[in-house]
Ligand binder design. Structure first.
Ligand SMILES: NC(=O)CC[C@H](N)C(=O)O
Length: 224
C-alpha cells in the first residue's frame, strides 16, 4: 500500500506526516504536489496541516479547488483511505468530503498546546485505541471550531462518526467538543489535532502512533 502525502503552497506539517507514516511506521509514502492531476499507483491520501494558500478566504477553501482534488475525491468515493489533519481537515470539509464546517475559534485566538482527547475506537482510524481512551495530542489552529446543523450532528452520533472529542477544556468552541469525524462510509477522517506530531517520546508523546497503526491494520488488510 502506497500513501500520497499532498503538498500545497503553505503546507507546514508535510514533512512531519511523511516522517510519521514512512520513517516511524515503515509504510511506503511519497510527496505529491497539489498541481498534479493523477494519483495513479496510490492507495491512500494523507493531507497535512499548514496554511495552504495563506488561509485566504477561509482555511482550506482555495486548496479544495486544487488540481489534485478531483483525484482525492475519486479515491474517497472508491472507498480508499483519505486522512486530513488540521488544515487537511479544513480542506476535506471545504471539498465536501466531510460534513459541517470549520470556523474561527470561539475566542478568536490561535491555540497551540497539548490537548486532552477522548477516542471513539469504533472507526477504522481508531480501532487500535482502547474504548473511550484518553490521549493527548498537539493542537495548533485558528479555525478549528466545528459546526454542523442538528440533523448532521445526530447522524454523526448515530453512525459513530465522531472519532475524537476534546476532553476537559473545549479549546475552540466546537459543537459537542468534536475534534475529528469520519464520513459515513468510514474511509475519510478529518481531525484538528496533530497525531503526526506525537509519534515518538522524543516529541513529547506517542499517542498519535495508534492512529497510524489503525490505518495500516484496517486499510492494508482490505487493499493488500
Ligand atoms: N496547523 C494547521 O494546520 C493550522 C490550520 C489553519 N491554518 C488554522 O490556523 O486553522
Amino acid at each position: 500500500m502506497k500513501f500520497a502525502v499532498i503538498q500545497f503552497p503553505g503546507s507546514n506539517c508535510d514533512f512531519d506526516l511523511l516522517w510519521a507514516i514512512r520513517d516511524v511506521m515503515g509504510a511506503e509514502a511519497e510527496f505529491v504536489w497539489h498541481d498534479e492531476a493523477s494519483l495513479a499507483g496510490f492507495d491512500g491520501v494523507l493531507i497535512p496541516g499548514g496554511f495552504s494558500y495563506g488561509d485566504y478566504l477561509r482555511c482550506g477553501a482555495i486548496a479544495s479547488f486544487a488540481n489534485i482534488m478531483p483525484e482525492i475525491i475519486r479515491l474517497a468515493n472508491e472507498g480508499k483511505l483519505v486522512f486530513g489533519t488540521c488544515n487537511g481537515f479544513q480542506i476535506l470539509v471545504e471539498a465536501g468530503l466531510l460534513p459541517g464546517g470549520l470556523i474561527r475559534n470561539e475566542k478568536l485566538k490561535f491555540v497551540s498546546k497539548w490537548q486532552s482527547l477522548r477516542v471513539n475506537n469504533q472507526t477504522k482510524f481508531t480501532s487500535e485505541f482502547a474504548e473511550n481512551e484518553g490521549i493527548s495530542l498537539p493542537i495548533a489552529h485558528g479555525e478549528g471550531h466545528y459546526i454542523a446543523d442538528e440533523a448532521t450532528l445526530a447522524e454523526l452520533r448515530a453512525n459513530h462518526q465522531i472519532a475524537f472529542t476534546y476532553d476537559g477544556e473545549n479549546p475552540n468552541g466546537s459543537a459537542e467538543a468534536i475534534a475529528g469525524i469520519t464520513n459515513k462510509a468510514g474511509n475519510v477522517l478529518g481531525m484538528m489535532p496533530h497525531p503526526e506530531r506525537a509519534v515518538e517520546d522524543l516529541l513529547g508523546g506517542s499517542d498519535g502512533k495508534k492512529l497510524f497503526a489503525s490505518i495500516l491494520k484496517n486499510f492494508l488488510e482490505v487493499q493488500a
